[in-house]
Design a protein around this ligand. Structure first.
Ligand SMILES: Cc1ncc(COP(=O)(O)O)c(C=O)c1O
Length: 398
């Protein structure tokens, strides 16, 4: 897999028309994210969707098999199972590992369904504080939260960044016999020490939701080396059918990814290296432009860590009101978001709140995620970075 960032963002997006003389230029409206379907890819997809319709096989066909193989190969795992969503993958992994009645450790900086999937599977999520340098588990708190009811860990590679201390997390899981589920929804193509996201735990799940690094509209993928888990996932996604006899042997659901979405996924996955290279180039450019800014902290991956950069977060110093910065960026038509709200600040999960989640709270509150997508232009990057620096100076009172 190529990890190069040799690509440079184009200066500007061509509209194909030159601006009319005397007409004032519209202010730039820079979205937070945008899926990438260049014209040639769209043409290829349309031709293949036609083949799907002509074949009459709308599920479990060649495109599903190809996408599963692409993900198994990319993650160096034995099996890929395409699914309706990543959340279904989390549910399958949790159910397979027998968490019902037990506790599951989940980072306080995670997505809603990392927690709700645990509850839907009859277990109790236990929130763990987060190390602001890795955006992953604070190891001391991980140890703290371990009880004799702990069954599994949901390990989220937030923003596509694998924690530098990933081996400590793996060792902790192994030492305590805990099932390690990687939520790699943000981490398509991320790797550390040459090991891909999705291959670091017992099972990995990826999301193809519209905002994700690659998309099928909605969709998900489970990867694992465990053939029994792969068979279990294939049964659960098809109403719980035994794959040989067709009898219903599990309480399953319709969790299939249909052939249309798989077809789109195959084409997106073929371009994943290019998507990653474009995103990485944009992040390098942001770094160049922002590195001398006094009010920001950056994630600093070592050279053996290759984040997927699902988002590009920088972190405002504690004295700065980051909420106001995000709002002011919005007033300039530049989308700038926080990574997520801490999970226990969501109304549904307030009861999971407990003292000692302050590192996660603070890192998320101070996070500023700048626009990032595969075809972001040099103009869009420069405009966003310049606006951020100006607003930070205003807020710092200089
Ligand atoms: C970290 C994380 N996990 C899980 C999900 C759920 O993905 P899906 O919508 O494919 O179920 C998302 C979706 O945004 C996510 O960001």
């Amino acid at each position: 897999m190529s990890q190069s960032s040799s690509f440079s963002p184009k200066k500007s997006r061509s509209s194909g028309r030159s601006p009319k003389r005397g007409k004032r230029e519209e202010p730039m409206n820079i979205p937070h994210t945008r899926p990438w379907f260049p014209e040639s890819m769209r043409r290829d997809i349309l031709a293949d969707l036609d083949k799907v319709m002509a074949s009459g096989q709308l599920m479990g066909g060649e495109f599903s098999k190809t996408l599963e193989r692409q993900y198994a190969e990319r993650t160096q795992t034995g099996f890929g199972v395409s699914l309706a969503t990543a959340t279904t993958g989390l549910q399958i992994a949790l159910r397979y590992s027998g968490v019902a009645g037990g506790e599951v450790l989940v980072p306080a900086a995670s997505f809603i369904t990392d927690v709700s999937a645990v509850q839907m599977e009859g277990a109790t999520p236990v929130l763990v504080d987060v190390d602001p340098q890795t955006l992953s588990f604070d190891l001391a708190d991980l140890e703290n939260k371990l009880t004799d009811r702990t069954k599994a860990i949901v390990w989220v590679h937030l923003i596509g960044y694998i924690a530098e201390n990933y081996q400590d997390i793996q060792n902790f899981a192994a030492q305590h016999n805990l099932f390690l589920i990687e939520d790699a929804s943000h981490a398509h193509g991320a790797a550390i020490d040459g090991k891909p996201a999705g291959s670091l735990g017992d099972v990995g799940v990826f999301s193809f939701y519209p905002t994700k690094i690659m998309t099928t509209g909605t969709g998900g993928m489970l990867v694992t080396d465990d053939s029994a888990l792969s068979d279990y996932a294939k049964s659960l996604r098809l109403f719980g059918k035994d794959l040989q006899t067709g009898e219903i042997v599990h309480r399953g659901n319709d969790w299939f990814m249909d052939e249309f979405r798989a077809c789109i996924g195959v084409h997106q996955a073929r371009h994943l290296d290019e998507i990653l290279s474009r995103r990485r180039a944009a992040v390098s450019r942001y770094h160049e432009l922002l590195r001398d800014c006094n009010y920001l902290r950056f994630l600093s991956p070592s050279t053996h860590n290759q984040p997927a950069w699902y988002q590009f977060p920088v972190f405002a110093d504690d004295g700065i009101d980051a909420e106001k910065v995000r709002r002011k960026m919005g007033e300039r038509n530049i989308a700038c978001k926080l990574i997520y709200r801490p999970i226990h600040k969501e109304v549904l999960f307030e009861t999971l709140s407990q003292p000692g989640l302050s590192k996660a709270e603070n890192a998320l509150k101070q996070s500023l995620c700048l626009p990032l997508f595969a075809d972001i232009t040099e103009d869009e990057i420069e405009t966003s970075a310049k606006a951020l620096m100006e607003i930070l100076s205003e807020e710092a009172g200089v």
